[in-house]
Design a protein around this ligand. Structure first.
Ligand code: ATP
Length: 444
């Protein structure tokens, strides 16, 4: 089994165009990342798969796409203005700034082999640091125009709850889902894209009748469903864990919370949180907005503020998980190769067309064009066929098609499988359905 390090991942991401440091030519900006051609394709496939699983393939979840900047009262009602902070400590000696609860795993700026806890530097007391990015809306820059970049995508799902209820035919129990950017001014962004200051979330709020038994039933359902989703994404089960929060870790209004965690090279860490949040959020927005958030259940005539089960996943963390999990080094014909074993339905390139000779460019390009409307394709005619295979292995292309001189007469091409490197001849007449069967995800 390949043991992967973060250096391996960061270097592959740079080498193969998955992820670059943001503003690299200016020295970079800490906590921000840019996705290159392979990275954006992989990320889009992950988001598409989440959307299909959570919205498209279900009858009981509706999607929204809300603005990044919301009315500032949103964040008063949600508690973010008062409470969304991390404890921060300054070191007067090295001038570093650290999260008090991450001191042991942080690095002293003067003595990089030591942590701020052991380096002997003079530390301040911990103080609360609010993680929300502040900005101004409009031409005036005073307190009346202050606004925030959202630190999570779910609050506007709550504030739009009534609009979705009245404009869709969904009835409780049902969910509202959204994918979008969130921003947190993390004190110490680190571990590549695991903790950054700008990231994407994939969140869903599932509204149910506020009854402890019903809430518990849906909470268990979503814990199970979300855990299974990562397996369907191709993540190895022995690297995935579910961790139920202890009572003293829960927010005062929450009845339960479970994290899905993954064994990253830097340790086991959170990928997603599933929470049984009660009806705290809708009640808060009802109080602050003075708008009725009650739901009327026609069948029974009951009126209530629904309780919520939240599933909150990070797209960038999922992408990092996919990268770490797919990274393998093995040996092919006596040579070592790096191969990214992405599940075929999320690989950035599904199929690469490689003509054996440049003389075959015309029919090979024709084949590539006939496949590109259905699959993410690549066409590569530079270098030896072995080198081209290695390039495709490193970006995780599950199938390479070699068009050779025999293809002209027998109407067959060679399909090479990424993981086994085995090859087989497939008729050009069947190639689309052959690929479809092996690439497309079969709905759960
Ligand atoms: P952590 O304890 O790691 O800071 P959290 O418990 O604050 O995370 P939530 O507020 O529950 O995280 O956010 C839901 C999900 O959003 C997380 O599970 C994670 O996948 C993602 N996420 C949160 N903060 C970041 C970040 N700074 N960078 C990348 N992804 C993040």
């Amino acid at each position: 089994m390949t043991k992967v390090s973060m250096d391996d991942i960061v270097s592959l991401c740079k080498r193969r165009g998955f992820i670059f440091q943001s503003s690299e030519i200016y020295g970079g900006i800490n906590g921000f990342w840019d996705f290159g051609p392979m990275g954006v394709a992989l990320k889009n496939n992950i988001k598409k798969f989440w959307w299909q699983s959570m919205v498209q393939f279900r009858d009981d979840v509706a999607g929204v796409d809300t603005s990044i900047i919301a009315h500032p009262t949103t964040w008063q009602a949600s508690g973010h203005i008062d409470c969304f902070s991390d404890p921060m400590i300054d070191c007067k000696t090295c001038k570093g700034r650290f999260r008090a609860d991450h001191l042991e795993t942080s690095t002293c700026l003067n003595k990089p082999s030591q942590s701020p806890k052991t380096c002997g530097g003079e530390l301040t007391e911990a103080r609360a640091f609010n993680l929300m990015f502040k900005t101004f809306v409009g031409a005036n820059q005073d307190s009346s125009s202050e606004a925030y970049l959202r630190p999570e995508t779910c609050q506007s799902i709550f504030t739009q709850f009534k609009n979705v209820v009245t404009t869709s035919r969904h009835k409780v129990p049902f969910g509202i889902a959204q994918i979008g950017k969130s921003f947190r001014n993390e004190i110490t962004p680190r571990n590549f894209i695991f903790r950054s200051r700008e990231f994407e979330q994939m969140e869903m709020e599932f509204f149910v009748k506020p009854d402890p038994a019903i809430q518990e039933e849906w909470y268990q359902y979503w814990c199970q469903t979300r855990y299974q989703w990562y397996s369907a994404l191709g993540i190895r089960a022995d690297h995935l864990h579910k961790r139920e929060h202890a009572k003293d870790e829960l927010a005062h209004y929450a009845k339960g919370c479970t994290d899905v965690e993954y064994d990253f090279p830097f340790g086991c860490s959170e990928l997603e949180g599933i929470a049984n949040r009660g009806n705290y959020d809708l009640t808060q927005h009802m109080t602050f907005s003075k708008k009725d958030m009650n739901y009327f259940l026609q069948e029974t005539g009951e009126k209530f503020v629904p309780a919520v089960i939240e599933t909150s996943a990070g797209c960038d963390r999922t992408l990092l998980t996919v990268l770490c999990d797919a990274y393998h080094v093995d040996e092919v014909e006596g040579e070592s190769r790096v191969v990214m074993r992405f599940a075929p339905h999320i690989a950035p390139i599904s199929v690469a067309i490689l003509p054996l000779s440049k003389k075959l460019a015309e029919p090979a390009q024709k084949l590539e064009k006939s496949l590109r409307t259905k699959f993410a394709t690549d066409y590569d005619d530079s270098g030896s066929i072995g080198k081209r295979y290695r390039r495709q292995d490193e970006v995780g292309t599950p199938f390479c098609i070699t068009y050779d001189f025999d293809s002209e007469t027998d109407g067959h091409v060679t399909v090479r499988h990424r993981d086994t490197t085995q090859q087989e001849r497939v008729s050009l007449d069947n190639i689309k359905s052959y690929l479809e069967e092996r690439i497309e995800y079969k709905a759960i």
